[in-house]
Design a protein. Structure first.
Lengths: 269, 187
């Protein structure tokens, strides 16, 4: 039976259509789950996606209010009781961090702080490269460590950081940073614009210890097809795009792999 | 110009503040029996330090610029000395929240230097004014609501990216400069 995946929409979330499409492209059955539905109905799903946007207009802090919502509480129960996978993208990642679901354990252990960029501030939107790291993360399980993916970022508060010095490096060492910002050649990013927000350890995504809950700032759901890649994107994915274009077609983009990883995980459960 | 001085600009929306409304609503759902606030207001606190002109001239300068507040939608109270009251209502406790490493406002400083020829430091944070029911241990309740610990506890300040400070009966003047994060210090 095809696994059901709930795409949660809080007011202000605006990437739910792309997230649904990504889930379905991976062979899963996606369903939009708005904040007005009874939280108990979340139990009928095998995975959850928290898409990007601006839940509650980023009031107080990005993700802060959605993290307290009854749906997030129900989702946390499913994570704890059943190990249900959750992918939080951009604002969804902020919700997971603010609720303590990432890096896990219940306590809020990191923040997604305002971007740090030289000589500029505010919202930043661009295509970047991320490198897959060794990790138990279910979303990257079909991607070999070292794989480089071009993905778009679009955020003002995406800098993974912690008041505990070295916390992100520690998470990286324990396999809880499955995706890091990188150069097109696959070297870990050390400065803007390769690292678009100044994240500690160049972290683009952080997961829980089990690898089932991933907070990811780039948007894989906006990179499902090669034709979506920006012209400025280089490397092997650009070569694929050109070959597909010359052949008169398209092809799967770099973001799809993360949803295929989820599908593989659910098949085996 | 006067000698080195300090000024606080307390800025609040003239209309109902959606951030404060939502924060209060969420704080009430988190109430663990130890007292949620009965009211909650939000101010942007802008602090200037440096050679400042007299009050009237200072008010005119602040109103001229788009860097400090929007007079069409925001109301302001200028505070120049510790003896001047902050715009808090009776029984309100003030919690200051600042972003670590992001307290200075370079654009406002550049504007000031361009217009006055003088250098001032401009800092900004958020003040949450909380009022609790009589009999509540207000300082403790404010501290509980301030610091985010987990999904059920804390809201106003994620300590991994922000710092907070609770005011006592009197609001310090200056205040932003006193916080470690506002000075650029490590968490």
């Amino acid at each position: 039976m095809t696994a059901r995946v709930a795409v949660l929409q809080f007011p202000g979330v605006n990437c739910e259509a792309e997230a649904l499409r990504a889930v379905e492209r991976a062979g899963l059955r996606g369903e939009l789950f708005r904040w007005t539905r009874p939280a108990a109905e979340l139990r009928g799903f095998q995975a959850y996606v928290l898409p990007g946007g601006f839940s509650w207009q980023d009031r107080v802090r990005a993700g802060a209010l959605a993290a307290k919502h009854v749906l997030t509480g129900a989702l946390a129960e499913q994570v704890e009781e059943r190990g249900t996978p959750v992918l939080g993208i951009c604002n969804g990642a902020q919700v997971l961090v603010e609720s303590g679901l990432v890096p896990g354990g219940g306590r809020v252990d990191v923040a997604l702080a305002r971007n740090r960029m030289p000589d500029r501030g505010g919202y930043y939107a661009a295509w970047v490269y991320v490198r897959v790291e060794a990790s138990p993360c279910v979303f990257t399980r079909t991607l070999a460590p070292g794989t480089v993916l071009p993905l778009p970022v679009a955020h003002a508060q995406g800098r993974f950081t912690s008041r505990r010095p070295g916390r992100l490096s520690d998470l990286l060492a324990h396999g809880q940073v499955p995706l890091r910002y990188a150069t097109v050649a696959g070297d870990a990013a050390t400065a803007f614009p390769d690292d678009p927000n100044g994240s500690d350890a160049a972290a683009a995504g952080v997961c829980n210890a089990a690898g089932t809950v991933l907070a990811l700032m780039p948007h894989p759901e906006r990179a499902l097809d090669l034709g979506q890649l920006a012209r400025a994107v280089g490397g092997p994915w650009a070569e694929r795009r050109e070959r597909a274009r010359e052949a008169g077609g398209s092809g799967s983009g770099p973001g799809l792999g993360l949803f295929e990883g989820l599908a593989r995980h659910l098949e085996e459960m | 110009m006067s000698s080195r001085g300090a000024a606080q600009l307390w800025v609040r929306l003239r209309a109902d503040d959606p951030e404060a409304v939502s924060a209060l609503a969420v704080a009430r759902t988190m109430d663990d029996g130890r007292g949620a606030p009965v009211s909650l207001r939000r101010f942007r606190l802008v602090e200037l330090r440096g050679p400042l002109p007299p009050r009237a001239e200072l008010e005119a300068l602040l109103a001229r610029s788009i860097q400090f507040y929007n007079p069409q939608k925001e109301a302001v109270r200028l505070r120049l000395a510790a003896g001047e009251p902050a715009p808090l209502e009776a029984g309100e406790r003030a919690v200051l929240v600042v972003e670590r490493g992001a307290v200075r406002r370079p654009a406002a400083e550049r504007w000031w230097a361009a217009v006055t020829g003088r250098a001032v430091e401009v800092r900004e944070g958020v003040v949450w004014a909380l009022r609790f029911a009589p009999g509540t241990a207000a300082a403790r309740a404010a501290a509980r609501l301030a610091v985010l610990r987990d999904r059920r506890r804390g809201l106003l300040c994620n300590p991994h990216a922000e710092a907070h400070r609770l005011a006592g009966e009197a609001v310090p003047m200056p205040w932003l400069t006193l916080t470690r994060a506002a000075r650029g210090g490590k968490p």
